[in-house]
Design a protein around this ligand. Structure first.
Ligand SMILES: [Ca+2]
Ligand SMILES: [Ca+2]
Length: 380
């Protein structure tokens, strides 16, 4: 009785399993090009030769075999793509030649907002800049904009599945570990890269006023731009020593006069129009930025509240639902900031800025730009 039963199982059940195994083996050993499968960047690096179609994230512009620009782009002819949006090691990148038909849509000088986007490109898998590459493309397509639907990123692995205080704590650890802190003086040159005007590489784009102004006009005089602390310095006395007062995630280029008018006001709706900064409003206790950057401002404040928890020599910064916070380590108004965030998702320029700060300066990211859904998950 047991004998025949075992025999039937051997004939029936393993057949299905063997069929699955055989299909898997066929998929593994079939050459990618003939299968028309889309390759990962790692597969394309390890399988140079012939033609192929590769999907990866745009991370920068290669200039030598070992150098990739992550911001301040200088040309439209080459891209570096990787399997991770946060890749910084050139060994794990594929260099893609951008031939003339594709430069208007895929050149990084013209399209700096492509950084962080997934693209799929078909061409010859051969060396470019003496580095694993893809040349003579015959098709290039951009995938959907980044965000929560993009490939899971190892950077945020410890935050996966968490919410509330547990998520806040996990994100605090992630964005506080291994960071590089800039000097206040180094912020000048960093802003010339992070706040570069996408349509004029000689200029910075000012946050509130939206004005495009020469990078060389940094300083303290009228008509100059200077370093705006979106989390106002007096709120928690963060100052300008290396730390929250020099953190690029909330420092922005702004006109000297407009910066002084904002002062240390909390953020809220309402007030009178601000001279020299169209679309901005202010009253005695608050500042309302122009609509295009309201959401950016909100995500900067949320970043600061999570990044600074009172454990590194500075105050525990928090968001509250008040204005007139003055020198307290709070910034408001929470309910309005949440509205501004929810009304407008991160755009290409904001995602590019986050990537540049990560790759070129601080080695940390604003999680609320990468995962907008984490704002309600942390702040209710
Ligand atoms: Ca007000
Ligand atoms: Ca905090």
């Amino acid at each position: 009785m047991p004998g025949p039963t075992r025999h039937r199982r051997l004939l029936v059940l393993p057949t299905a399993a063997l069929a699955s195994l055989l299909a898997l083996l066929i998929s593994l050993v079939t050459p990618p090009a003939s299968a028309a499968a889309t390759l990962t960047v790692a597969q394309a690096i390890n399988g140079q030769g012939g033609t192929g179609t590769v999907t990866g994230y745009v991370v920068g512009q290669p200039t030598t075999a070992t150098t990739v620009l992550f911001g301040g782009f200088t040309g439209d002819t080459a891209l570096a793509i990787a399997d991770s949006r946060t890749e910084t090691n050139t060994n794990d990148m594929l260099y893609v030649q951008v031939s003339s038909p594709y430069r208007a849509s895929f050149g990084l000088l013209t399209n700096p907002g492509l950084v962080g986007r997934a693209i799929t490109v078909t061409g010859t898998l051969s060396a470019y800049f003496s580095h694993a590459g893809l040349k003579s493309p015959t098709a290039m397509n951009a995938g959907p904009t980044g965000g929560p639907t993009a490939t899971p990123d190892s950077y945020y692995a410890a935050a996966t599945g968490k919410s509330g205080a547990a998520l806040k704590n996990a994100l605090h650890t992630i964005i506080s570990t291994g960071v590089t802190k800039l000097s206040y003086d180094a912020v000048w040159n960093a802003l010339k890269v992070t706040d570069q005007d996408p349509s004029n590489a000689a200029n910075v784009r000012l946050l509130y006023s939206g004005i495009s102004r020469s990078k060389s006009l940094n300083g303290g005089a009228g008509g100059n731009w200077n370093r705006e602390h979106v989390w106002a310095q007096s709120h928690g006395d963060i100052g300008t020593s290396a730390g929250p007062g020099t953190d690029l995630h909330h420092l922005r280029a702004e006109d000297v006069t407009v910066n002084a008018t904002r002062g240390n006001k909390d953020f809220d709706n309402g007030g009178s129009a601000v001279a020299g900064a169209a679309g901005n409003y202010t009253d005695a206790d608050s500042w309302e930025p122009r609509s295009a950057v309201k959401d950016d401002v909100a995500r900067m404040i949320f970043y600061m509240a999570v990044r600074y928890q009172g454990t590194d020599g500075f105050a525990d910064l928090e968001v509250n639902d008040a204005v007139n916070n003055g020198s307290r380590p709070y910034l408001g108004r929470l309910s309005v900031l949440k509205q501004w965030h929810a009304a407008d998702p991160p755009d290409a320029a904001e995602r590019n800025r986050n990537q540049v700060i990560y790759t070129s300066y601080q080695r940390n990211r604003n999680p609320f730009i990468d995962h907008p859904e984490w704002v309600p998950a942390v702040f209710g």
